[in-house]
Each structure stands twice: as C-alpha cells, then as structure tokens.
Design a protein around this ligand. Structure first.
Ligand code: NAD
Length: 491
C-alpha cells in the first residue's frame, strides 16, 4: 500500500519527510477506499509523490472529528489557549520557512522568491490572528430604563474551507487563522494539484498543540469533497477561494442547509496609468501587477489603461521591462516567473493568446510557450485592444495583459468599471486629489495607489460584484467566523 509519508529530495538538495495521508482527528490516515492521486512538479512534469485522495466517507469522519472538537473543547477554550496555538504555529512556519517555500515552488511551479514572500505573509498573518483571541469584543446597548442589553460574538461551528492552487499555503492561513482564533473547527480541502504544503503544515499544527480534530485536511476532488462539505448538515459555514463559476455552484449547494458562505472569487482588475505618474515606477508596478506569481493571482492587474498622451512611451517602456523578465526554473535565484501550475492552465492561457490574435489584438511581446518541458509561458502584452474583446472581458489567470488608451477620467472610470468583477484596481498618478477622487469612483474591494499587489495582514481584502462575498484579513475576517448573540434582560 501507499505509505503515510515519503522522503522527498527538494531541488535544492535537502531531503524532508512529506506526509501523504489525510489529516483527520490529529492523525495522518489513509482514505477509506485507499485511493491515491499523483502530484507532479509543473516545471519538470515529473511526479513528486502519491497522496491519499479523500472521498465522501472521509468527509464524514473529518466533520465528525471537527464537531467533537468544537463541542468538547475548542469553542469554549480559554482565549489564551487559542492565542498560544496560533503564535506557536506562526513560529513553526518561520522555523520551517525554507522547506515550506521549496515545497510550494515544487508543487505549484511559482518562483522560489514568490514562495518565500508567501511564507513570510503566512507567519505574520497567523500571529496577527492569534492576537485577536482576547479582543473579540461585543457591545453594551442602552435600551432604556427597564431593560439592559449586550451582544457577544460566538463561533459558528465546523467550517468547510476550500482553497485553490495559486497560493496553497497562503490561502490555508487566510482560512484557518481567523476560524481558529474565533473558536471554530475546520475541515479544509486543498486544490487537487497542490496538497503538499497544507499536509506539511498539518504536522506543524500538531506540533503547535492545536488539539486533535480542530484542523482536518482532506485533499480530493472539488466536485466530490466540495459537494459533500457544502451539503453536510453539521458544516455551518463554507469559505471558498477560487473561480466565480465554482463559487456559484457552492452557493447553490450550500442553499439547502442555509450555510453561511464567504467567497473570494475571480477578477479582471484594471490598472490605470495617468500621464502625470512617475512613469518608470508605474511601468514596474503594472509589470509586477500582472506577471507576479506567473499571473496566477485573483487580483492581477490584467487590464492596463494608459492615458493617450503617454501611451506610446509607456507601452515601449513596458515592453522593455517585460523583455527583461526571467522566466524559468523556479529554484534559479534570478527567476521572476516560474511555471504555470498545470497542463490545463497552460492550455487555457495559450488558447486565450490564440483568441486574442483572432480578435485582432496586437502582440507587443511574448505569446508563446517557453521550452518543451514544464508549463512555461512568455510574459505577454496585447496592445490596441477593444473593450468588447474576450481577452479583455475574461479572467485568463496567466501572464497575459491587455493594454488600451484612455483620454479623460470619465473615460477610464467607465472602462475600468465595465466588468462583472470588482476585486482590485490600480491608479498611478502624482496628483493626490485625482488619486482619491478616482478611487472613490472605482468599483473594487481594494484600490492600490502607486503600487500594486501589496498585501498586509491587517488590511481587509475581498470583492465587489461577482468577485465575492465577505472580506479576509484584518478585523473584517473575524466577522466571517462569528455570529452575534444579543442578550436583553429586565432590570
Ligand atoms: P476552481 O474554482 O474550480 O478550483 C478552486 C477549488 O475549488 C479547488 O480546491 C477545487 O477542487 C474546488 N472545486 C472545484 N469544483 C468544486 C465544486 N463543485 N464544489 C466545491 N469545490 C469545488 O478553479 P480551477 O478549475 O482550478 O481553475 C479554473 C479557473 O479559476 C482559473 O483559470 C482561474 O481563472 C480561476 N481561479 C481563480 C482563483 C482565485 O483566487 N480567484 C483561484 C484559482 C482559480
């Protein structure tokens, strides 16, 4: 049979022990039907390990364990106990940072530099969550002479959490951090192609003293596990990050049991360069805005708008900057852009490139697969696009950006807001009044001014429109994992 852990030699030469079992009730276990799935390295297309694949019976076991843990200890644990678990977990992530970053690059294909950034954010976020443990305040409400009322925040119960493959470990932390500190327990499903870091981190949860059953990890099919979690009567909430299409399915499946649902979905975010911007800085910002993490970012600045008087100049600078981006082996320290995460994503991206050419957009640079092995794509700029083109409308989720011209503020605000999505937007200008005025008119959950893709553990993140429901990080995330109880009494 398949072992419950295997030694893996990382591309940097060190060997570590990778858990391969499901993590249920504090232990790594095989799936009930012993099914496994192979995980591969997208930069070499070679297999890494076989991991157990959960089925519906395993979801039953995991939900039962999470329910027991919720009822017996975690929901009522002293805040200090929860805080200490999260602080220790943050420390362990730091101590294991090199291994975690290497696992992430091997499993997802992203550059090691990206993975290191992710891991650093993970430990900061878990520590920040731990700090909320004894600050979950309610309100005292004056209801007149004869009555007195107060409200408290209580945990929801077992939370089903479903995460994608683009930031496997970072999304794991955005999900478990706020859930745990508020007293909930978790059954988390990593994406099919990237389960390794969440399983490794399950071991760290154990070491950190997180009690058995509080965190359960069930790698497996989105349709099977996702559906089982969404429909389970003992699961009280679903938190999901991924595509808008799957978000809709989740809402439908969660409707029969009226589960609380928070969704962090897709985007097609505009990134605007005004003529009065620091153009060199703006070019660096729009390049990082789209090519960071190989373009596999929900808030990627995938629609660039440049003011007409500087259009040619900025486009040429953008082309030059893009020509200097190193694409290749994620473990090469000079690599900025690693591999796309799977054959499916590679095919989808190349298909959009073809469609863009057919629609009459001009390829300024890139547009091709790089090399014959590994899912590498050249950073690609399409210029002179029309707003009705498919490549301007759809989330491509790769290193593909469209560039077009605008003349006035009204013109660009109209174009920027003309999308079903509303996750993020970028504004580049030296005029502070213009920056603030435009930010007020843009329909997006995050606005970056003279920067892009800048995250902080205290700043809420989430979508307007069909980009999602709810906010992650900061105090806002705690609301996703608590419900208000009002108590009113006669004096
Ligand atoms: P997806 O949304 O289908 O997958 C994300 C997660 O949802 C995975 O864990 C998957 O197993 C799970 N899932 C799939 N079907 C499910 C279902 N019916 N019920 C519950 N969970 C389910 O995304 P994908 O198919 O891997 O990628 C397709 C596209 O989605 C990408 O090209 C990209 O445009 C978008 N995407 C967006 C994000 C984001 O962060 N916004 C992340 C990943 C993918």
């Amino acid at each position: 049979g398949t072992p419950l852990s295997v030694p893996i030699t990382l591309p940097n030469g060190t060997t570590y022990t990778q858990p391969t079992g499901l993590f249920i009730d504090g232990d790594f276990v095989p799936s009930a039907d012993n099914r496994t799935t192979e995980v591969a390295d997208p930069s070499t297309e070679l297999p890494i390990a076989r991991v157990f694949k959960a089925g519906a019976a395993d979801v039953e076991r995991a939900v039962a364990a999470a329910k027991r843990a919720f009822e017996s200890s975690w929901a009522t644990a002293d805040p200090e106990v929860r805080a200490k678990c999260l602080f220790r977990l943050a420390d362990l992530v730091e101590q294991h940072a090199d291994t975690l970053a290497a696992i992430e690059s091997m499993d997802n294909g992203k550059s090691l530099e990206c993975s290191r950034g992710d891991v650093a954010l993970v430990s900061k976020y878990l520590r920040s969550c731990g700090g909320w443990a004894d600050k979950l305040y309610g309100n005292v409400i004056d209801t007149g002479k004869e009555h007195f009322a107060y409200s408290v925040r209580e945990p929801l119960g077992v939370c089903g959490q479903i995460i994608p493959w683009n930031f496997p470990l970072l999304m794991w932390s955005w999900k478990i951090g706020p859930a745990l500190v508020t007293g909930n327990t978790v059954v988390l499903k990593p994406a099919e192609t990237t389960p390794l870091s969440a399983l490794y981190a399950a071991q760290l949860c154990k070491e950190a003293g997180v009690p058995a059953g509080v965190v359960n990890i069930v790698p497996g099919s989105g349709r099977v596990i996702g559906e089982a979690l969404c429909k389970h009567p003992d699961v009280k909430k679903i938190a999901f990050t991924g595509s808008t299409a799957t978000g809709r399915t989740i809402m439908k499946n969660a409707a029969d049991t009226v589960k609380k649902v928070t969704l962090e979905l897709g985007g097609k975010s505009p990134n605007i360069v005004f003529a009065d911007a620091d153009l060199d800085k703006a070019v660096r910002s729009i390049a990082h805005g789209i090519f960071y993490n190989s373009g596999e970012v929900c808030c990627a600045g995938s629609r660039v708008y440049i003011q007409d008087s500087v259009y040619d100049e900025v486009l040429e600078k953008f082309r030059q900057y893009t020509a200097g981006i190193k694409v290749g082996n994620p473990f090469d320290p000079d690599t900025f852009q690693g591999a796309q995460t799977s054959q499916k994503q590679l095919d989808k991206i190349l298909d959009y490139v073809k469609r863009g050419e057919e629609e009459g957009a001009r390829v300024v640079i890139g547009g091709k697969r790089r090399g014959a092995k590994g899912y590498f794509v050249e950073p690609t700029i399409f210029a002179d696009v029309r707003e009705d083109m498919q490549i301007v409308k759809d989330e491509i989720f790769g290193p593909i950006v469209t560039v077009s011209k605008f003349s006035t503020v009204d013109d660009v605000v109209h174009k920027a807001n003309d999308s079903q999505y509303g996750l993020a937007a970028g504004i580049h200008t030296k005029d502070v009044n213009k920056a603030v005025a435009v930010s007020r008119r843009l329909k997006a959950g995050t606005i970056w001014i003279n920067t892009y893709n800048a995250f902080h553990q205290s700043v809420p993140f989430g979508g307007f429109g069909q980009s999602g429901i709810g906010r992650e990080m900061g105090a806002a995330a705690l609301e996703n994992y608590t419900q208000v109880k009002s108590v009113r009494m006669a004096i």
